[in-house]
Design a protein around this ligand. Structure first.
Ligand SMILES: Cc1cc2nc3c(=O)[nH]c(=O)nc-3n(C[C@H](O)[C@H](O)[C@H](O)COP(=O)(O)O)c2cc1C
Length: 274
């Protein structure tokens, strides 16, 4: 069995899950999705393929969907997915299953992992405390042990989601409209007067949207944001903010930030390189 784990991570939660799973599965390569996104076709030679990514707006991030669509998965006999999330219900696995079905493949197993939120735009939002992180980490390690066994035995487990923390009203119906609703999520970012022009936001930006121009960060209008929140959470001055829109009031100016304790700026920037 040789395994490839393809991962996408804005603030290190999914990277942590990918690293921990890689340790548990022999002969596993861990490959950042962003590093291959500009290719037309992404061919795997592995017999076991996994995707690990965060949930955004109750779905898989758009670059992950685009990536899986471009994959040549002929060699894959077993495909699994792990979604890291702050705790809501989501439709990511339905979308992945549909893409794989068109390729004559199935999503053999899928799991959700509850991890700290990296989305500080809400009023009164607070990053997870050390105690909360420790508790979540212990649950994560236990769950990854079970996932390891399932993957090694190539069992087909379509996990029923009983571990969500934030239920969504009328989820099965609401989930149908999510792709449409997400089109209205076009928040904008900016750097406030605390910016020291260090360029960290450009360095961690997974989509290439942030460019330092005349030593100031500019979120270029013609580049699609991946909404990974790396620029927001890794800014050492907490100077990167989300602009309020008519649909969404943002409180990032008042709130703290979160990134996974083991994920450095270089780790996130490294996702752009193979
Ligand atoms: C724009 C955005 C939207 C999010 N939407 C959801 C959501 O709908 N449900 C949820 O449980 N978590 C949501 N989250 C939280 C992340 O899924 C969670 O913190 C994840 O583990 C982050 O992983 P990463 O550090 O690998 O990027 C969202 C985060 C961001 C930045």
């Amino acid at each position: 069995m040789n395994t490839e784990i393809y991962y996408f991570s804005g603030t290190g939660n999914s990277l942590h899950a990918a690293r921990e799973l890689r340790k548990r599965i022999p002969e596993t390569e861990q490959i950042p999705i962003v590093s291959l996104l500009d290719r037309n076709i992404i061919k795997t030679n592995a017999d076991t393929v996994g995707f690990i990514f965060p949930i955004q707006l109750a779905m898989a991030p758009a670059p992950v969907i685009e990536f899986v669509k471009k994959m040549d998965l002929k060699s894959a006999e077993y495909i699994f997915a792990v979604a890291t999330r702050a705790g809501s219900q989501h439709r990511a696995f339905i979308d992945l299953e549909n893409i794989l079905k068109k390729k004559g493949k199935t999503l053999d197993s899928f799991f959700s992992l509850n991890m700290p939120s990296n989305d500080p735009k809400f009023e009164g939002w607070k990053p997870a405390t050390q105690e909360e992180i420790r508790k979540l980490e212990s649950d994560i390690q236990n769950k990854l042990d079970s996932i390891q066994e399932i993957i090694l035995k190539k069992e087909k487990i379509h996990e029923e989601d009983t571990e969500f923390i934030t239920p969504m009203p009328a989820f099965p119906i609401l989930s149908i409209f999510l792709p449409f609703l997400s089109r209205f999520y076009n928040v904008e970012f900016y750097a406030d007067s605390k910016c020291i022009r260090c360029g960290t936001c450009e360095k961690v930006c997974l989509s290439g949207k942030v460019k330092m121009i005349d030593e100031k960060p500019v979120w270029q209008k013609d580049v699609q944001c991946f909404f990974c929140h790396a620029c927001l959470n890794y800014c050492p001055q907490h100077a990167v903010q989300i602009k309020s829109t008519r649909l969404l009031k943002s409180f990032t100016e008042e709130n703290e930030r979160y990134s996974h304790p083991y994920a450095t700026i270089d780790d996130i920037a490294g996702e752009k390189e193979l």
